[in-house]
Design a protein around this ligand. Structure first.
Ligand SMILES: [Zn+2]
Length: 481
């Protein structure tokens, strides 16, 4: 946590490393900004500092039109100290409250409504609903500024049930109408019919090549493709019992220090959820300064390294099981066969993208022998089936930050999921930065240590960023081989 003086210093120097770590609110204008804002630096006496945009908004400040707080990178899961607050936040970011009540969320987390609100308020300084309201309005602001989407569609995509409610909320918080916000739109917003482009910021340095090459090697044929320096994939997202399918393209806009995400038209109503998952997949909330300070010399070679997350936890977990004890290329082949057999066909402009990864419910209804007929060994086919069943029955929930230890225990109970697979799923599927697959052969080789107890002792100094340490260790092997 930065002190007020350190924060002001970051504002004075427009230090991008602190972007998204806090917001500066200015009393004389009642506007809040990112530390990197280009407007004239406010006087120290007029500044207040808030960790979360929602706190600034609840205190009566509205977001700056120049630096656009909605584009700032988010907070890392590790910065949220309470596990319950973390889980609540994860659900809110996945738009849970659009379809369910706060009480419903508390039931999902297995706690009382009152306890959940208290824990959340203590952590974020605002209530879950206030936080969600900020998230929705910032998304609406982004859509009004960056797309030509009609105002009614913007309201729906941001989770408002009616245009009237949207207008009221916007007026109340931002003292603006949608039309006034839309006027901020730059003329360069492309009016093309083929998709909508969004931008997401990160904290530099960001090693795009590293993460793209990691994803490229593990791409699932038919579902993911890496082409011309960009990542493409097919998508299915459910919202309020409705399914949305389409595809996306993710590129690096290096000079802007941003990631650009283009979505096919059909996905715009669920763009909030999709952007949240893109942040997970590309680890955009990571704070390299905090991480590298702990990892020390290990992080020297690749200071912008990220831990690749996932877009769909079930897909990622299945891919991990298929990859047990076989080559990365072999696992991709098997994943491709699984997709061609059980996936949903979809048409996209990219010839190689033609399936949506099968849902857990689809795999849960498949016979083990059917999965096995694809060349997947009987034991692994059983594991894939059991994983799908556990998810389908609601016994297992693969969500970031949600009861990590409990989820690990449940994963290990599935026959065929050992410590390596459980830790690997925690690292990528649960975005758990402290996960560490200590039995991994690459790790053993990189550390030149075979004794797992000694390996674990060695990793103590890298807590709570051991997942980053694992990625660094793997990357040292790539260089020498
Ligand atoms: Zn600003």
């Amino acid at each position: 946590m930065l002190s007020a003086d350190q924060s002001y210093q970051a504002v004075l120097t427009r230090d991008a490393r602190f972007d998204g770590r806090f917001f500066v609110a200015v009393k004389s204008t009642m506007i809040y900004c990112r530390p990197i804002c280009r407007v004239k630096t406010p006087l120290r006496k007029n500044c207040s500092f808030f960790t979360h945009a929602a706190e600034a908004e609840v205190a009566g400040y509205r977001p700056c039109k120049r630096c656009r707080p909605e584009l700032a990178p988010g907070a890392s899961l590790m910065e949220v100290s309470s596990e319950l607050a973390r889980a609540t936040l994860s659900y809110i970011s996945q738009d849970f409250l659009a379809a369910e009540s706060l009480a419903g969320l508390a039931v999902k987390l297995g706690i009382t409504d009152r306890h959940m609100r208290k824990v959340f308020q203590d952590e974020f300084g605002v209530s879950p609903v206030e936080y969600w309201q900020t998230q929705r309005l910032l998304l609406a602001k982004q859509l009004l500024t960056d797309t030509h989407l009609p105002v009614t569609s913007v309201a729906m995509a941001s989770g408002f049930k009616s245009l009237r409610r949207f207008n009221v909320a916007l007026k109340e918080r931002y003292r603006m109408t949608p039309t006034e916000l839309r006027k901020l739109q730059k003329s360069k917003v492309e009016d093309n019919a083929s998709g909508f482009t969004f931008r997401l910021a990160y904290r530099p340095p960001f090693d795009w090549e590293q993460i793209l090459s990691f994803l490229s090697r593990r791409a699932i044929p038919g579902v993911e493709a890496i082409q011309d320096g960009a990542y493409f994939r097919t998508i299915r997202v459910s919202r309020q019992q409705k399914e949305f399918t389409g595809f996306m393209e993710v590129r690096h806009a290096a000079e802007e220090k941003m990631i650009s995400v283009r979505l096919s038209d059909e996905l715009v109503p669920v763009c909030g959820v999709i952007l949240d998952r893109v942040k997970r997949l590309f680890d955009l909330s990571a704070d390299p300064i905090a991480i590298n300070a702990v990892l020390g010399s290990l992080s020297k070679a690749r200071p912008g390294l990220r831990v690749p997350g996932c877009f769909n936890s079930f897909e990622m977990a299945v891919r991990a099981i298929l990859g047990q004890q076989i080559s990365v290329a072999g696992a991709s082949t098997l994943a491709g066969r699984l997709v061609a057999r059980f996936g949903t066909p979809i048409a996209t402009p990219l010839a190689s993208l033609k399936y949506i990864f099968p849902s857990a419910s689809r795999i849960a209804t498949a016979k083990v022998a059917e999965i096995g007929s694809l060349g997947i060994t009987g034991k692994r086919a059983q594991t894939v089936s059991a994983l799908a069943q556990a998810i389908q029955d609601g016994d297992l929930l693969l969500e970031p930050g949600h009861k990590v230890e409990g989820t690990l225990r449940k994963l290990r109970k599935i026959p065929g999921i050992g410590e390596w697979t459980a830790q690997y799923i925690a690292m990528r599927g649960l975005s758990w930065p402290d996960a560490f697959p200590h039995t991994d052969l690459g790790i053993v080789k990189a550390l030149k240590e075979k004794n797992s107890r000694k390996i674990l002792e060695l990793t103590e100094k890298w807590r709570p960023w051991r997942a980053y340490a694992a990625l660094h260790l793997w990357s040292t092997l790539e260089k020498t081989s």
